[in-house]
Design a protein. Structure first.
Length: 421
């Protein structure tokens, strides 16, 4: 069954989000550099400031789930994006720790909830399962491409000897947020009025669904073995254990982004015909192999060999991401309804927020202790846990839930069907 045509409102949303992500790319890689080198804030203090922002996001994401279901995804996302714009303006004029703290707290409190809000908007705009999966994949690709473009532009402008260059980037990001907020006003309200006698929903209702619990467990494992671990672990392990230059680390990130952009739609065509549970298991296998390849970069081989292992890792990791993008988010939204959708997406995003706080400490801690191989082994084991969850989901989901389109005629129902308990 082919996917339905993408609604015009969805195309408008994707375009607006791409503009905002380009703005985020302008500053995402340079906030620490700006605060430390351009503003002279001590590096440990900058680390604490960034951790405080991440902690604010961890608290805000659970509240945002309730607001998404109460007020509607569009309204909440507009508020989030406007908050980000304000945070960027505050950062542009931050000159010490005291002035940077409120800006980073506001930024963290709006960055983490942005992703479940985006997922909820996509799910509400495109209820058709096949179209929804395609939109999740296209949005993931567009976000990565936009962040990459923004990073390149930011690198061309940023100059640690001229704080004004960073101020221009932060203000440009704020402008991109305002453009996205304006675009969101043209979307439907995306809120369903609750029935008069309907019981008030809660997070307990989300966790009462056995299949959704499994999907959230998968989100948790993916968070700790996926991008948060990649984001902190790549520069730390590549520089300390693989002994490659910062330039090679930057080029490996380019390899990762380029492969995502080039491969996502090709992978989507393959994933669409597969079970969601099988796609989840395949992503776990690919990520496990990628981390194992990364581990080989510490072997005492020639520099070209170590560089090849680093590039191979980021390329394989990108392939795993292209399988995950049209799988985990659409699965979470398939197993919930509009009454609980915001809460379900927020719980899935909560794992990411927690991982972004914990993973840097784990990566640097294991590497500093001389136990980098143990860290790699734990990541591989976690990826194998994703495979196990995928196998359990295959037995738990009905064919209608497990397949994006209609199940093949020869496919029988799973042993146990998911029930709303």
């Amino acid at each position: 069954m082919p996917a339905a045509a993408m609604p015009a409102a969805t195309r408008l949303f994707l375009a607006g989000n791409a503009v905002a992500m380009t703005g985020n790319g302008l500053v995402l890689a340079f906030t620490l550099i700006y605060l430390h080198q351009a503003r002279g804030i001590a590096l440990p203090v900058v680390g604490l400031l960034l951790a405080a922002g991440a902690a604010a996001g961890l608290l805000a994401v659970t509240v945002s789930g309730v607001l998404l279901d109460w007020l509607g995804a569009r309204r909440v996302l507009i508020g989030i994006i406007l908050g980000q714009a304000a945070a960027q303006v505050l950062l542009a004029w931050a000159h010490n720790a005291a002035t940077a703290l409120p800006a980073l707290l506001l930024y963290g409190a709006t960055w983490a909830p942005m992703f479940p809000a985006i997922s909820t908007v996509i799910a509400r705009l495109t209820p058709d399962p096949a179209t929804q999966q395609r939109v999740f994949a296209i949005n993931f690709t567009a976000q990565n491409a936009a962040l990459g473009v923004g990073t390149v532009l930011g690198a061309a402008v940023a100059n640690v000897h001229h704080p004004g260059s960073f101020q221009a980037l932060f203000l440009a990001n704020a402008a991109s947020c305002l453009i996205f907020a304006a675009v969101l006003t043209f979307l439907p309200t995306l809120r369903t009025a609750p029935a008069k006698k309907e019981r008030r929903a809660s997070y307990r209702d989300v966790l009462a669904h056995s299949g959704l619990r499994l999907a959230l467990v998968a989100s948790l494992i993916v968070a700790f073995t996926g991008y948060p671990a990649f984001d902190s672990g790549l520069p730390a392990y590549a520089s300390v254990e693989a002994h490659v230059s910062a330039r090679i680390v930057a080029l490996s990130l380019t390899v990762n982004t380029a492969l995502i952009v080039l491969a996502q739609l090709f992978v989507l065509r393959r994933v669409r015909r597969a079970r969601r549970s099988s796609a989840l298991a395949v992503s776990g296998l690919i990520l496990a192999v990628s981390w194992a390849v990364f581990g080989l970069a510490a072997l005492p081989v020639a520099a070209t060999g170590r560089i090849a292992f680093v590039f191979g890792f980021t390329a394989l990791f990108a392939l795993g991401e292209t399988v995950l993008a049209p799988t985990v988010g659409p699965l979470v939204n398939r197993l919930t309804d509009d009454r609980l959708r915001g809460r379900a997406n927020s719980l899935a995003a909560l794992s990411q927020s927690l991982a972004f706080i914990v993973c840097p400490a784990l990566a640097t801690g294991f590497i500093a202790a001389g136990a980098a191989a143990v860290w790699i082994g734990l990541l591989c084991a976690g990826c194998l846990g994703t495979i196990a969850v995928g196998a359990r989901l295959r037995r738990a989901l009905t064919s209608d839930q497990d397949y994006v389109t209609e199940a093949p005629a020869t496919e029988s129902e799973p042993v146990a069907a998911v029930r709303d308990e």
